[in-house]
Design a binder for this molecule. Structure first.
Ligand SMILES: C[S@@+](CC[C@H](N)C(=O)[O-])C[C@H]1O[C@@H](n2cnc3c(N)ncnc32)[C@H](O)[C@@H]1O
Length: 328
């Protein structure tokens, strides 16, 4: 059910200090999974960058990391021989660091809803746009508009760097573009798999948040064609099957390796997200389980407990994706 609330942009998470801490900690685990020590993938040469924008920057965790990278930090002053100009925007400034901190690093911050066109004087000016973690913020229509708006502000040859995730928790091996995954989790009615706590979790999330807001649960699968439709050329696509909770300690070699603590952190991380989203859905009267509406706080907490117990005892996997696409 997509309701009239399925606007282009409908961010469903909170923006407090604890959310800022969550985003900042999550960033480090993401870097570990992506296998890097700084903000850029090795395919992006920082020497070719002179104007960079972090969109939906949140706490600016990515921009600050970029600004502190040795071969970038020396170029932040406009007086440097080869200056680099860093910009960060968001629909809300609630999680931005204090202005003195961003000013000291020469970062320009501004408010902007990415589903709306950017100011005329920004068009065709950026070498790189970074966009992370919008799966619980933009509807399919919102993504299409955002991708078009980003295309307009990139220089020809400019790059878009996206990091995001699929919202479904899966068993190992039910992955991106795998027929099994699509058949068993995405396409079949949830009712057939209700004995599985992951399916029950996915069903609540789909019915109470994803469907209501028109979000895209299998974003990692859908982004390549959306980017191609907007005339982007895909430069790289990396998908990661990430263990959450107890799955981290039983991970096979050759797969994404996280410590038990990192697996537990991700379990807690997703619990916080689900707590926020399901609490918002209960308040709006749209919280739906496999067996029908959940209309009490006890019912909501019982569902959350089941999910968290599943993470702690058995664990699950979630697909993360990083894409680099070029404006041609
Ligand atoms: C999950 S946070 C991610 C923040 C940051 N990119 C990171 O990696 O930590 C999503 C951010 O998107 C912002 N956002 C949501 N909808 C937006 C929109 N339409 N335009 C710009 N920013 C938006 C939210 O305010 C929030 O700061």
């Amino acid at each position: 059910m997509i309701t009239d609330k399925a606007k282009d942009s409908n961010y469903v998470l909170f923006r407090g200090e604890s959310e800022t801490n969550r985003l900042n900690r999550q960033y480090n685990v993401v870097k570990k999974v992506l296998g890097r020590t700084n903000a850029l993938p090795s395919s992006i040469n920082s020497k070719g960058l002179s104007k960079v924008l972090d969109i939906a920057a949140g706490s600016l965790v990515w921009t600050l990391d970029l600004a502190r990278t040795p071969d970038i930090s020396t170029r932040l002053s406009p007086e440097s021989r080869d200056p680099i100009y860093l910009y960060a925007c968001d629909i809300s400034s609630a999680q931005f660091p204090p202005v003195e901190e961003t000013r000291k690093l020469g970062i320009t911050t501004f408010l902007h809803d990415m589903t709306k066109p950017f100011p005329e004087d920004m068009k065709g000016t950026f070498d790189l746009v970074n966009m992370r973690l919008l799966v619980l913020g933009l509807s399919e229509q919102g993504w299409e508009k955002a991708i078009r708006n980003i295309y307009e502000i990139l220089k020809p040859g400019g790059l878009l760097l996206i990091f995001d995730f699929n919202t479904h928790f899966v068993r190992q091996g039910r992955g991106v573009k795998s027929e099994k995954y699509e058949a068993e989790v995405s396409k079949e009615p949830f009712e057939s798999y209700t004995q599985d706590w992951r399916t029950r979790t996915n069903a609540i999330m789909d019915r109470s948040c994803i469907d209501v807001n028109g979000f895209i649960p299998d974003l990692a699968n859908g982004l390549p064609s959306m980017l191609a439709k907007a005339s982007f050329q895909q430069e790289s696509y990396a998908a990661f099957e990430v263990p959450v909770g107890a799955a981290a300690t039983r991970q096979e070699s050759g797969k994404v390796q996280l410590s038990g603590d990192e697996g537990n952190f991700l379990a807690e991380n997703y619990r916080l997200i689900y707590d926020a989203v399901w609490s918002g859905a209960l308040k709006k009267g749209v919280l739906q389980g496999v067996d029908g509406p959940i209309d009490t706080e006890e019912g909501r907490l019982a569902a959350l407990d089941e999910t968290f117990k599943g993470f702690s005892e058995e664990g699950a996997f979630i697909w993360w994706v990083e894409i680099v696409a070029k404006r041609i």
